[in-house]
Design a protein around this ligand. Structure first.
Ligand code: PLP
Length: 395
């Protein structure tokens, strides 16, 4: 029987690969499951997007191939959004690439840039598409551990010169999944300077650019002078508009830098469903009326989650961005075991830090994707598991 390629053996287990099936089994067993695993909220997409999708899906022209160009209206809405939100101009035809979810582009960008043996610098813990894309392109991942004492920023000064010399890509993601950290402008300036000096492509994953609280407004990497020479920025419709399943996102950057990604895509996909692109254009144009109300719901969930987990014996910061709490476990409590017991014994799904790479050990991630009441209930159950584990007593 033909065997899969050896390069697949290097890939880590995908954290959300087996969970949906585990969840199904728990529900079938009658467990009261609270799923705080995936960053996948139970909230509705903008009404304007749903209505537009229904209308557009009825038009035969929308059912045809989108090809690389896709729907011009979507490209133009992206360009308008980037202008309104960040005061940045991007040519809709030459400087925008529509994506089938940002993950698709983030993982394919390595195929466009990385050659066998090239180094890809990867934050760890981090979104697994970085390491996955690099390994599939036969690159050599260099993992930088994000540490609380460094505010979960990649410590650029810690990367050896020979690694920088061989590096082709640096993946960076602020606001960050899973740590919820944000990056100051001075840090981003340092990153851009370093990438320019070493001719490294900066893959700036801005999936959470609109998910911020308490007055914080995440920047675009292109607000840093010179970033257009080295960076591609990735955006997502998923989190901001509660549209994870719609699979739509985009990349922006200098035409020379995004052209290789667009070329890869010509050979692996033929564009997102154009009715979805039309709906996304409508959602983007309505961002100012939709996003603040949606964020207020997330802020209430965040506050509930922070208070509830603290009340139940956990240490966590209140994040100013993303939909995650990154919670430290007491010394000696292994994250994977904690998450497993929490799921099996209490029906609560969270992700152990190590599922984002070994550098995430000692933490777990909670997504505030359900109601405050259910989050409080989940925190109480998590507290019980922690108490049992630290007391060494198994039921
Ligand atoms: N980037 C980060 C950091 C994420 O956490 C996610 C999803 O969880 C994505 C990108 C991918 O989002 P999508 O492919 O839904 O646009």
């Amino acid at each position: 029987m033909p065997r899969g390629a050896a390069r697949l053996l290097d890939l880590p287990e995908y954290p959300l690969g087996r969970l949906p099936e585990r969840k199904r089994q728990l529900i079938a067993r009658g467990a009261d499951v609270i799923d705080l695993g995936a960053g996948d909220a139970d909230l509705a997409p903008p009404r304007v997007a749903v209505e537009r999708l229904a209308e557009a899906a009825a038009l035969p022209a929308m059912s045809r191939y989108g090809f690389g160009l896709g729907l011009m209206e979507y490209r133009e809405a992206i360009s308008r959004f980037m202008q309104r939100r960040f005061c940045l101009a991007f040519d809709p035809l030459r400087e925008v690439v529509p994506l089938i979810g940002s993950k698709e582009g983030i993982s394919h960008v390595a195929l466009a840039y990385v050659e066998e043996g090239d180094v890809a610098i990867i934050p760890e813990p981090g979104y697994l598409a970085y390491v996955g894309g690099s390994l599939l392109a036969q690159g050599d991942p260099y993992r930088c551990v994000l540490k609380p004492e460094k505010q979960f920023l990649v410590d650029l000064d810690d990367i050896p010169d020979d690694v920088l010399g061989r590096a082709k890509i640096l993946y960076l993601n602020y606001p960050n999944n899973p740590t919820a950290a944000v990056a100051p402008m001075s840090y981003l300036e340092h990153v851009v300077a370093l990438c320019r000096e070493h001719d490294i492509l900066l893959v700036y994953d801005n999936a959470y650019s609109e998910m911020a609280y308490d007055g914080y407004r995440p920047p675009s990497i292109f607000e840093v002078e010179g970033a257009r020479d080295v960076a591609i920025e990735f955006h997502s419709m998923s989190k901001t508009y509660n549209m994870t399943g719609w699979r739509c996102g985009w990349a922006v950057g200098a035409s020379e830098l995004i052209a290789p990604l667009a070329k890869v895509k010509l050979f692996v996909d033929t564009g997102a469903f154009m009715a979805v692109q039309a709906a996304c254009a409508s959602a983007l144009d309505a961002s100012e009326s939709f996003v603040p109300g949606n964020l207020a719901v997330f802020r209430e969930r965040r506050d509930a989650a922070v208070a509830a987990f603290r009340d139940n014996g956990f240490a966590c910061e209140s994040p100013v961005a993303t939909m995650y709490l990154w919670i430290a476990l007491p010394d000696g409590v292994p994250g994977a075991e904690f998450a497993e017991l929490l799921m099996e014994e209490e029906g609560v799904i969270v992700l152990p830090g190590s599922s984002f790479g070994a550098g995430g050990e000692g933490f777990f991630r909670v997504s505030f994707v359900t109601s405050p009441e259910r989050i409080r209930e989940a925190a109480a159950r998590a507290g019980r598991v922690l108490a049992r584990m630290t007391a060494g007593a198994r039921p």
